[in-house]
Design a protein. Structure first.
Ligand code: ADP
Length: 271
């Protein structure tokens, strides 16, 4: 798993077409540096929730009978939450290796983007419960040829980030529209936005803008998975800042498929 991630990093550098021996030596050194950085970051992300689980479980084991009911529930909740975090992180790592190894084979079907937004929102309902979510997607947007599972995961990650980084009670705005031969879907929030220099780097694995973002139960992988999934489906995704107020905008651009399904043939390969 780890080697696959490091190879992915090496491949990215190789793509810049390094040729001479000096460059090859530089590439090897850079790969080593990335390998170490990745290892440190992955270890940290695995150890943090594990330490919390071990701490809470140890308390329950040693003092269970003497701990008041309320505190016991708190410890159990922390074990469940941190296990979920660990589980999410490992799933993210597996998604990353799938993207990196080129083994992604999207399971295409024709879908209305509004339907996928709906499923992603119901999955994210708890996460975004303290935000006001507004959805505006015209009913006449053409269907897209996408993998619904991958697309929903992308939307979920974007909504999760908006809810994580923008203050409670602010608006998360999801808008779809057509732009020539593409459909655009943007997720806008009213949070701090993204510093100009970081707008591209936030799509790198493990990259976080603010030091404090590390403690916000994130994995630093969400956006690189978004980009990997969207590109695997032939689209693009980019980040920007809102011009009307503080906040980030993530925009997915998907091509409108050349052939549309016949009426009634909504989804390929689905029942
Ligand atoms: P994380 O698990 O840290 O959220 P991501 O890959 O999803 O990882 O995001 C990378 C970084 O980009 C975040 O740590 C945060 O610094 C920044 N970021 C992502 N989404 C937003 C947003 N909606 N508003 C502000 N900053 C964001």
């Amino acid at each position: 798993l780890f080697d696959a991630l490091a190879d992915q990093a090496a491949l990215a550098i190789e793509r810049v077409q390094l040729v001479s021996d000096v460059d090859k030596a530089k590439l090897a050194a850079e790969t080593d540096r990335l390998r170490t950085a990745l290892l440190t970051s992955i270890s940290h992300d695995l150890k943090t929730p594990l330490a919390a689980i071990m701490g809470s479980a140890g308390m329950l084991k040693d003092f269970g009978a003497d701990i008041p009911e309320e505190a016991r529930t708190e410890l159990l909740t922390s074990i469940v939450d941190e296990s979920e975090r660990l589980n999410r992180f490992i799933s993210n790592l597996l998604d990353m290796t799938r993207i990196g190894s080129g083994a992604m084979e999207p399971n295409y079907a024709f879908h209305f983007v509004g339907d996928i937004v709906g499923t992603a929102l119901s999955r994210a309902a708890k996460i975004a419960a303290r935000h006001r979510v507004k959805v505006s997607i015209p009913a006449d947007l053409p269907m897209l040829k996408i993998d619904p599972v991958l697309f929903e995961q992308v939307l979920f990650n974007l909504i999760d980030n908006a809810a994580k980084y923008a203050p409670d009670e602010t608006v998360i705005d999801i808008r779809g529209f057509r732009d020539g031969d593409a459909v655009l879907l943007s997720v806008m929030d009213e949070g701090p936005g993204i510093p100009f220099n970081d707008v591209e780097r936030i799509f790198d694995s493990f990259y976080r803008v603010r030091k404090g973002d590390h403690v916000r139960a994130g994995t630093g992988l969400g956006l690189s998975i978004c980009r990997g999934f969207i590109e695997a489906m032939g689209g693009t995704i980019r980040a920007a800042n809102r011009s009307d107020r503080s906040g980030a905008v993530f925009t997915i651009r998907m091509p409108v498929p050349a052939e549309m399904p016949l009426l009634g043939e909504k989804a390929l390969g689905e029942d």
